[in-house]
Structure formats: structure tokens, C-alpha cells
Ligand binder design. Structure first.
Ligand code: PEP
Ligand code: MN
Length: 338
């Protein structure tokens, strides 16, 4: 349920509402929009009389939320969520570009990648220091050393850093270096991890699970938000279907569905979504046309030599072409361009 607060209600009147919720053991999440305050109510409401809430002077109306997710629901923040991370706004007018190698392989490889994506106009450097690999014998990542290289690349270029955290015990160390904590597809339903990043106080980029429905995905976002962290970015990265021509099936309809039912920023990763570099540019263009707020693209100085995901990584030249193309489409979509 959400409680819509009357415009002009005083702080004391709002507090009355919060006190009543607290006395029933309910958790209140406050969304202060530009026009309205909305309170999301979480918990067992069976002993709460809605009549006693409705009579309070601050209450305009009570609205039940039918979806299993509540805080992620559009009703909680009808105007949409946008937030700033070091002067880049997620979920706003600008198209936010995150790019870099699949994995941090070495200092040289990462610094070169950072220079390449910065020159082409990216906002964030991506790169995994902890790699969730299908095989335990594949390269597992440089771990904290990789995080240090990411921080050095940020210093050198001014790019912000998005990088994956794979378990609750590494959340603190990843927080020391990252601007956004990435939760990978394989961990979308690692509920302990979701709760831990929810308490970490850093923005979270939540990738869609390999076989997750949109409803399950939004419930995963709910885990993070229920800890009080509303800075969640959803990333569509393709789902497992019967199709074998692509690594995954990039579900661009998810962008439209999310924009209808959820208020969080949505970005698209056509690299993992297709698995083939030749398909990345067309699907990146389509994602922007579908309304994505940003893109995450794998770029490698030498894709042939990449230690992971070389097949889907763009060369510097192709990334630069992609940037030109998506910027044109962003303009058509009414997004501001630098
Ligand atoms: C990644 O972005 O590095 C990654 C591993 O992606 P995903 O979790 O979507 O497979
Ligand atoms: Mn990858």
C-alpha cells in the first residue's frame, strides 16, 4: 500500500502518519517527489485499520499496490527516479554510457581501455575485477588489484567506475573503489548479497537474471530498496531462450515494460545480450530507440586477445562509431547531448 500525502501537509501531520505506521510494526519508505510525498508501507497490514489512517489530516488517499514488488512500483514514484553520480544523472535526460573491457586483465590493458572509451565520450568505465565464470578453470579476475587499477583509471581519465561484486564479504572492499556496485545476472537472486548492497549506501546496477521474469527482477530490486537504498539501475542483458543464433535473447520489450511499471532508470547491455560484436551496434541503437536511459558496452583494445568475452567486445573504432550512432538516436528521442 502507498499513502499519498496532501500537498501542504505539515511535518507534524506527516509524523502522525509515520507514528501510526510504526505503532503497528510497519516500515515506512518515504518518496519525496517534486509535487507529492508518497509513503510506501511495508509489512503485515492485517491489524491496521485503514479508516484510522484515512482520517489523518495529512492523508490524501491510500492506494493498494497489487504487484508483489512495492517500492520498485511506478506508484511509489510516478514521476520516475533520477539521481546523480558525480555529475552524471542516471534516469534523466542524458544517455549514460558505460563501457570498458569484460575483465580487468592488467594495468596497461585497463588504462588503455579507459582512454579509448573516454575519448569516444563514455561516462563510466566498466570492468570486472571479480569474474563470475561458468568454468572454475577460466580466469577469475584480479580481485582487489583489479579494483586498484580501476581507481587509477578513474584518476587518469575522470571516468566513473562500475564494477561487479559477487559476494557479501567483498562488498566493503568493492565500495572503497567503485562508484556503482554491479550485481551480475548470476547473482540477481542472491538475496544476502542484495540486502548487503542495499545497506552499503552506493548506487546499485542490477542485471537481469539469466532466466528471470521481469517480476522476479523487480522483486530483486525490492530487496535492495527495502534496505533503504533507492539508487538502483536495472540492466537488461538478455535472457536464456531456445534461440541459439545469439548468446542470449536481448529482451528490448523489457525496457518498455519497465518504463510502464517501474520508476527506476533502465539501461541495456547488448554485449552480453547478443554475444557477437557485429550485433552490438544494431541492438544498442534499438535500445536507445526503445527508451533506455543508458548502455553498457564491452570494449577491448584488442578483442582477439581478450581473456573473456572477446567475441562480443568492440574494437575502439567500432565503439566510436557506436557512440556517434546512439547519440544521433538519443537526440531524436529528446535526450540532451553534451
Ligand atoms: C559483466 O557485465 O561483466 C557480466 C558478467 O555480465 P552478466 O552478469 O550480465 O553475465
Ligand atoms: Mn563479459
Amino acid at each position: 500500500m502507498i499513502i499519498v500525502i496532501k500537498p501542504g501537509a505539515t511535518q507534524e501531520q506527516v509524523k502522525e502518519v509515520l507514528d501510526q505506521l510504526e505503532s503497528h510494526g510497519l516500515k515506512a519508505h518515504i518518496s519525496e517527489g517534486s509535487e507529492r510525498i508518497i509513503i510506501g508501507v511495508i509489512g503485515d497490514k492485517s491489524r491496521l485499520s485503514t479508516d484510522s489512517l484515512e482520517v489523518l489530516p495529512a492523508v490524501e488517499k491510500l492506494v493498494p499496490i497489487m504487484e508483489s514488488y512495492k517500492l520498485a512500483s511506478k506508484a511509489f514514484r510516478p514521476e520516475g527516479t533520477s539521481f546523480e553520480i558525480k555529475n552524471v544523472t542516471l534516469g534523466g535526460k542524458e544517455l549514460v554510457m558505460m563501457a570498458g573491457p569484460c575483465a580487468v586483465e592488467s594495468r596497461e590493458q585497463l588504462l588503455e581501455s579507459a582512454r579509448i572509451v573516454k575519448k569516444a565520450g563514455a561516462d563510466f568505465l566498466r570492468g570486472g575485477a571479480y569474474k563470475p565464470r561458468t568454468s572454475p578453470y577460466s580466469f577469475q579476475g584480479l580481485e582487489e588489484q583489479g579494483l586498484k587499477f580501476l581507481a587509477e583509471a578513474r584518476e587518469a581519465t575522470g571516468l566513473k567506475v562500475v564494477t561487479e561484486v559477487v559476494d557479501p564479504i567483498s562488498v566493503d572492499v568493492v565500495c572503497e573503489y567503485a562508484d556503482i556496485l554491479q550485481i551480475g545476472a548470476r547473482n540477481m537472486q542472491n538475496f544476502q548479497l542484495l540486502k548487503t548492497v542495499g545497506r552499503a549506501g552506493k548506487p546499485v546496477l542490477l542485471k537481469r537474471g539469466i532466466a528471470a521474469t521481469i517480476d522476479e527482477w523487480l522483486n530483486a530490486a525490492e530487496y535492495v530498496m527495502n534496505e533503504g537504498n533507492y539508487q538502483v539501475i536495472l540492466c537488461e542483458r538478455g535472457i536464456r531462450t531456445f534461440e541459439t543464433a545469439t548468446r542470449n535473447t536481448l529482451d528490448l520489450s523489457a525496457v518498455a515494460v519497465l518504463k510502464q511499471h517501474c520508476h527506476l532508470p533502465v539501461i541495456v547491455d547488448p554485449s552480453h545480450g547478443t554475444g557477437h560484436w557485429r550485433l552490438v551496434r544494431p541492438m544498442a541503437r534499438a535500445a536507445v530507440a526503445a527508451g533506455a536511459d543508458g548502455l553498457m558496452i564491452e570494449v577491448h583494445p584488442k578483442p582477439d586477445e581478450a581473456m573473456s568475452d572477446g567475441m562480443q567486445s568492440l574494437t575502439p573504432e567500432n565503439f566510436s562509431i557506436l557512440m556517434d550512432e546512439v547519440n544521433k538516436i538519443a537526440r531524436v528521442m529528446g535526450r540532451n547531448q553534451p
